[in-house]
Design a protein around this ligand. Structure first.
Ligand SMILES: NC(=O)c1ccc[n+]([C@@H]2O[C@H](COP(=O)([O-])OP(=O)(O)OC[C@H]3O[C@@H](n4cnc5c(N)ncnc54)[C@H](O)[C@@H]3O)[C@@H](O)[C@H]2O)c1
Length: 376
């Protein structure tokens, strides 16, 4: 720790590690993808975002791939000659693990045993047993192990969380959270089981982490079907049904073979419904003002008539804009440093990550056996 700043070194400087290097190296927190120069990164000037240049400094990176070493050198980052050299650097306070998932366990443990704190990319470990191991070492060494569940700071999630928390549409009875893509699994380690591949571990971990953060209840039951449309070895998507203790239900879906998208979020409450279509945060809330015009005139629907499904008209409902949210998009980096300094409570904890991993394992079991799994 120098001048009150934590020095961070990144192991695995590929897509995400490179993004962190740009974000931290530029002092902005902005992982500007494909940037050629750090100076292209946007400045922090909105008055809400923590200026991480006051808290974090990039010590350097280590990657086994010479092409990534060259990229780092061209960007002006220091390349450590080995992981051992990085761990031996007394100026380094934190190791950021951003390698393929199967390597997180050994790299994180080696870092903590060398006296470093760890910021670990998601999924922190491919299995809950590995995370329990890592948590034991964190306890033994007194080091901070910080899971990087950055999508808790996605605006779409924060909007939905506000609608849920503040009961803007009454009591929620169903939440749908999904991400659908059309490119299959990337042709890298994500398609290989022993490297911790598959979309449950890749995207499921984000969607489930956010859901569990939003709904402060036990998950009673889980039913899940994994898909293998483009990849036999690992799941290329899944659909999961969860039932919480109060009876609230959730559907979580990830797909990689969808050429028409469904909304990222659909939240149904007893006095309204909200939708967010995409990461542009385009969507709306429709609030019920009165049940009064419940008995609608039947409409022609296909070859039949329905009054149950006739759309509402007039004053009984009201269309509203989604609420706005103000948040610090650098809060995770900032909280990491404050946690290390003992000035704040850790926001993303290993215990939370463990619960999510166990939930994913329940989902794997459900899919494999074709059963509903009782969870908590
Ligand atoms: N939080 C997020 O939003 C987010 C987004 C993307 C990726 N990730 C996570 O980041 C991690 C890396 O993903 P990625 O997309 O950057 O993958 P990637 O393949 O682009 O990068 C991984 C890098 O690790 C390097 N590497 C492999 N073994 C190594 C070793 N022993 N020592 C040092 N370097 C090694 C590779 O050469 C490669 O450059 C994964 O855990 C992934 O889940 C998180």
């Amino acid at each position: 720790m120098k001048d009150g700043k934590c020095a961070i070194a990144i192991v695995g400087c590929g897509g995400m590690g490179g993004g962190h290097a740009i974000a931290i190296g530029s002092g902005t927190g902005d992982a500007v993808w494909n940037a050629t120069k750090i100076t292209d990164a946007k400045a922090v000037n909105d008055g809400v975002t923590t200026d991480i240049s006051k808290k974090l400094v990039l010590a350097g990176v280590y990657d086994i791939d010479p092409a990534r070493q060259k990229w780092a050198a061209d960007m002006g980052f220091y390349n450590y000659p080995s992981y051992e050299a990085m761990l031996a650097d007394p100026d380094v306070d934190v190791i950021l693990v951003a390698t393929p998932n199967h390597l997180h366990h050994d790299l994180a443990i080696a870092a903590m045993r060398a006296g470093k704190h760890v910021l670990c990319e998601k999924p922190v470990m491919p299995t809950s047993a590995e995370l329990e191991d890592v948590m034991r070492v964190a306890k033994e060494t007194g080091k901070v192990f910080y899971p990087r569940q950055n999508r808790r700071w996605d605006k779409d999630f924060l909007i939905i969380k506000k609608i849920y928390d503040e009961k803007l549409l009454g009591n929620t009875f169903n939440i749908e959270s999904r991400v659908l893509g059309s490119r299959g699994i990337p042709g890298d380690w994500r398609g290989v089981k022993e490297y911790g591949g598959g979309m449950m571990l890749d995207w499921g971990v984000h969607l489930l982490d956010r859901l569990l953060m939003m709904v402060p209840e036990k998950v009673k039951r889980v039913f899940c079907s994994l898909t293998h449309i483009t990849n036999d070895e690992v799941d290329d998507g899944f659909k999961m049904h969860l039932t919480f203790e109060s009876g609230l239900t959730a559907v979580v879906e990830v797909g990689t073979c969808h050429f028409i998208n469904l909304p990222l979020w659909l939240i149904a409450a007893d006095s309204g419904t909200a939708v967010i279509h995409s990461w542009a945060n385009d969507g709306k809330m429709v609030r019920l003002n009165t049940w009064e015009d419940k008995d609608a005139t039947p409409i022609l629907a296909g070859e039949g008539l329905t009054k149950t499904m006739a759309p509402r008209q007039g004053q009984s409902i009201e269309e509203l804009e989604l609420p706005d949210v103000v948040y610090d998009r650098n809060e995770l980096y900032s909280n990491l440093v404050d946690t290390i300094n003992g000035t704040a409570k850790q926001i993303v904890t290993p215990e939370q990550a463990l619960r999510v991993l166990k939930l994913m394992e329940a989902a794997f079991e459900s899919s494999e056996k074709g059963i509903v799994v009782n969870f908590e």
